[in-house]
Ligand binder design. Structure first.
Ligand SMILES: O=c1[nH]c(=O)c2ncn([C@@H]3O[C@H](COP(=O)(O)OP(=O)(O)OP(=O)(O)O)[C@@H](O)[C@H]3O)c2[nH]1
Ligand SMILES: [Mg+2]
Length: 208
């Protein structure tokens, strides 16, 4: 059963494939040409569903189970910014590093060197059975000093609650155990396995 990821973010692909380890998972760009998806939803959930629906219909394969992730970081001292705009906080086409440096600059402009913050991940699942969305969060603090190269995006300035190192410094395995994405995927796995169960029993039910 093909699980197709509706993302072009390599950091997400790596993490999601690791977290869905015993399932056949690959990015949609292994199957069809990548295409621009306009994420004009008002929430992480709305954007995740937009991405999953767009890839599901572009694939035209009723057996596909399409999984999308919309995620971002929300900083208390910036009234929750960048939130759903995390991917383009530094402007259209901004790189992860541009986005991170923009966040550091915004904190410094307020005379701050740290602020409570949290990551949100919304994971949408679209298949012929229907569509659903689950969430996961990870709380901690952002700092204005970049520390470490692990993870991706804003990780070098994010210190998860209970730790004193950033996700850039901590081994990826630590992030796997506590990230917004891993929490949401634990729930998504239940829904994906339900779809598998329904499909494997659909045939036997029909023959009774
Ligand atoms: O340091 C980080 N560690 C994470 O674990 C994480 N999860 C999300 N993000 C950031 O939030 C935005 C997602 O935007 P996003 O959901 O639109 O994804 P994207 O545009 O990169 O790819 P796609 O999935 O839309 O194709 C991007 O700026 C990511 O850097 C993270 N940053
Ligand atoms: Mg995006």
């Amino acid at each position: 059963m093909k699980i197709v990821l509706a993302t072009s973010n390599k950091g997400k692909v790596r993490e999601i494939i690791e977290l869905l380890h015993d399932r056949e998972v690959f990015p949609y760009t292994d199957l069809i040409e990548g295409f621009e998806i306009v994420e004009d939803g008002e929430s992480f959930k709305a954007n995740a569903l937009i991405k999953a629906r767009a890839v599901y219909s572009a694939l035209g394969d009723e057996n596909a189970i399409v999984v999308a992730d919309d995620s971002g970081i929300s900083v208390d001292a910036l009234d929750g910014a960048p939130g759903i705009y995390s991917a383009r906080y530094g402007g259209e086409g901004a790189s992860d590093r541009d986005n991170l440096l923009k966040l550091v600059e915004a904190l410094k402009e307020k005379g701050l060197s740290t602020s409570p913050a949290h990551y949100t991940a919304a994971i949408a699942i679209v298949s012929r059975e229907g569509e659903s969305c689950v969430h996961g969060w990870m709380h901690g603090d952002v700092i204005t000093e970049l520390r470490g190269e692990n993870g991706f995006g804003y990780d070098p300035i994010f210190i998860p609650s209970g730790y004193d190192q950033t996700l850039g410094e901590l081994p990826n395995d630590i992030k796997k155990g506590l990230s917004h994405r891993s929490k949401a995927l634990e729930l998504a796995k239940i829904l994906i396995d339900q779809i598998k169960f329904l499909r494997s029993h659909a045939g036997s039910a029909a023959t009774k």
